[in-house]
Design a protein around this ligand. Structure first.
Ligand code: SF4
Length: 659
């Protein structure tokens, strides 16, 4: 039978062409606080790509609500023209347009506003130990007015509605929870009083913006948050708002600022975290329910939730960042063509958490649509040429795919038996199989685009001429570290004792080229997946693993991009031992001397194998030989400098778009 996912749905007289929502998230792209060209094209791409409804990122409703440098200006009609450009362009492409309104209350960032955070009862922020200002009655009225004026601004800018954000223990939810609302006036105490703030906002927006204006409410269920509302209380609150008749949809996610790991669940959490709440609401409310379940990546996942009566609409955020044409491909039954998000969080949440505008590891055009153009209409090459790509890791794969899509005739040679390079090794680590699915996608794309893929084909400088290529792209990657150089021992180029034997790299382990002994010491310089994922892989196979890292905690860099706490918990529970803020002073072949950078003490660890997760070396022999032979080539990815995968995808696409 026909998919529910592709069926239309009417919200307050506006028809959504399908059930796919591009939910609100902070793209963080404003220019001087205003929505500009980058924003316009970011959303326009997803409207072209078939999203039924787009919820544009939040407009802070008050000076005290600003959370990032890329946030829009609060209280300023100057944002209206920029938003109008976005709504007009996206509506012309068939999307219903809504904007989220937010205030995070006690969890704000005072560095940005230089104003204290405002909250119901003066509780501290999640982000730091600063206290917040307990709202006075007139300030509560000021905030309610802020929400209503922001909604009016949305209406003037051509939005079809607004989504009032009450999720993740934001300000409205702070009023709901007795833990954060300890007031004894009309805004605290009974459930009715605690709901008053949200109710006044919703009723005020309805009155100010009229009967044809969509009002959504976004909430979340934080099952692991010890001070969260119970599922019963949350259901009662949301049903009560629904009963006002003013709320057209309720969007449910999971997590809270307090239970932060759950705000952005990754590979660690396979469960449908908000399904309990959406299922209950779906049975009880009269209006639409959106699931903002971050595990929904595939059309089949989404369809199963709709069929199980767990939701009416699905919010697919990371899926549509990774493939803006997700909605259209689903509608056209081209699921196999969808480039899946791999749940890495590296360039979306990771960049946002560093206060940059967001992008995507698998789709480096995200955030660059205004510059690089729409993926839906990749410009054909002026003069199609013959291209030879050498190396089928991320950089080579992406260069070959995009060049072929532009009409070039592409041959890609890979010395190994499979495509993917080190990226494939990452996919072999526990719970990272999505990486392998992405590589399958590249193989399907190559078939469709007629890319000539030659595996087990080593190409040296003399071979190149035989291919008769007009352009040569060298993407030969990097080699595992040999010296064990540690950045906190810069005076030593080599790890003392590196030649004593029983040393290998994470690549050797993941390639199964080396079976380590029972006891393993893993030197992790990067704090990324290479070290932690390999430690997990070994621990799952019964090895006793000790990680030595100069960072203050294991997987330190991952903490900026993903939920590192559950990962550390998983490693600790698997028996992995952590030696943080430490270096390896010496390796004997059977023992590692681990030097604490804090105390200066040395601990000897018995080990059968030392595994190096230190910095790789660029493998640029071919590029150098071509240079010496006077043959021009383009060099991309790790063979330029060993880095994380997103930069390889970025360089591959950028080069191919300009060839
Ligand atoms: Fe998905 Fe990673 Fe892209 Fe974020 S950066 S959308 S998690 S693939």
């Amino acid at each position: 039978s026909a998919r529910i996912l592709t069926q239309p749905l009417v919200l307050r007289g506006k028809t959504l062409r399908n059930r796919v929502v591009f939910g609100a998230h902070t793209a963080n792209m404003s220019e001087n606080g205003l929505p500009g060209t980058q924003h316009l094209h970011y959303y326009l791409e997803r409207a072209r790509g078939g999203a039924g409804m787009i919820v544009v990122e939040p407009q802070p409703v008050h000076d005290t609500a600003v959370l990032t440098r890329g946030n829009f200006r609060p209280n300023d009609d100057a944002v209206i023209p920029g938003f109008r450009r976005i709504t007009e362009a996206c509506k012309a492409e068939g999307a219903v347009m809504v904007q989220q309104l937010y205030h995070v209350g006690q969890h704000g960032d005072a560095d940005l506003s230089y104003r204290p955070n405002w909250s119901p009862s003066g509780m501290p922020s999640y982000h730091d130990s600063d206290g917040s200002h307990a709202l006075r009655a007139n300030e509560i009225e000021e905030l309610i007015g802020g929400y209503i004026r922001a909604a009016e601004r949305c209406r003037k800018a051509g939005f079809d509605g607004v989504e009032v954000w009450a999720a993740y223990h934001s300000l409205i939810e702070q009023f709901w929870r007795p833990w954060s609302n300890r007031r004894t006036d009309e805004w605290g105490g009974s459930l009715e009083n605690r709901m008053r703030f949200g109710r006044r906002i919703i009723e005020g927006i309805r009155q100010a913006c009229g009967e044809d204006f969509i009002i959504g409410l976004s909430a979340s269920h934080a099952a692991k948050d010890p001070v969260a509302l119970s599922l019963d209380d949350m259901t009662e609150i949301l049903c009560s708002y629904d009963a006002t008749g003013h709320v057209d949809y309720i969007s449910c996610g999971s997590g809270s600022y307090i239970d932060y790991d759950r705000v952005m669940p990754t590979f660690v959490h396979g469960e449908k975290l908000s399904a309990d709440l959406t299922r209950r609401l779906k049975a009880q409310v009269s209006h639409a329910v959106i699931t903002a379940e971050s595990q929904i990546r595939t059309p089949d996942n989404a369809e199963s939730m709709l069929r199980a009566q767990e939701a009416d609409l699905v919010s697919v955020v990371r899926g549509q960042i990774a493939d803006p044409f997700w909605g259209r491909k689903v509608t056209e039954n081209r699921d196999d063509d969808i480039r899946d998000c791999i749940s890495c969080n590296q360039m979306c949440w990771g960049r946002r958490s560093r206060d940059y505008w967001i992008s995507c590891l698998v789709n480096p055009s995200a955030g660059r649509e205004h510059d690089w153009g729409s993926e839906g209409s990749i410009a054909p090459a002026d003069a199609p040429r013959k291209l030879l790509v050498i190396g089928a890791g991320p950089a080579g794969l992406e260069a070959a795919r995009v060049a072929a899509a532009r009409g070039h005739s592409v041959t890609i040679c890979e010395a190994g038996a499979q495509i993917g390079g080190q990226f494939r090794l990452a996919g072999e680590q526990p719970r990272r199989g999505q990486v392998l699915e992405l590589l399958d996608w590249y193989e399907r794309q190559f078939d469709a685009l007629g890319v000539d893929l030659r595996l087990n084909t080593f190409v040296d400088a003399e071979d190149v001429a035989g291919y008769g290529a007009d352009e040569v792209i060298v993407a030969t990657g990097s080699l595992p570290p040999e010296t064990g150089f540690q950045r906190w021992l810069p005076e030593r180029d080599r790890l003392d004792g590196i030649g004593a034997g029983n040393v290998c790299s994470v690549e050797d382990i993941m390639r199964r080229a080396m079976v380590p002994g029972k006891r393993v010491v893993l030197l992790d310089e990067g704090g990324h997946w290479r070290g932690s994922g390999t430690a997990w892989f070994l621990a799952e196979r019964g090895h006793e693993v000790s990680i030595v890292t100069p960072d203050a905690h294991i997987a330190a860099e991952l903490g900026r991009t993903t939920s590192d706490v559950p990962l550390r918990q998983t490693l600790a529970r698997a028996g992995v031992r952590f030696h943080t803020e430490s270096v390896i002073d010496k390796w004997t072949g059977q023992q590692a001397a681990v030097l604490s950078m804090l105390t200066g003490d040395t601990t000897m660890i018995d080990a059968d194998t030392l595994v190096l997760a230190t910095t790789n070396t660029a493998f640029d022999m071919l590029a150098q030989d071509l240079d010496a032979a006077g043959i021009a080539c383009h060099q991309i990815g790790d063979c330029v400098a060993p880095r994380l995968a997103p930069y390889a995808f970025y360089e591959g696409r950028k080069l191919a778009l300009h060839l």
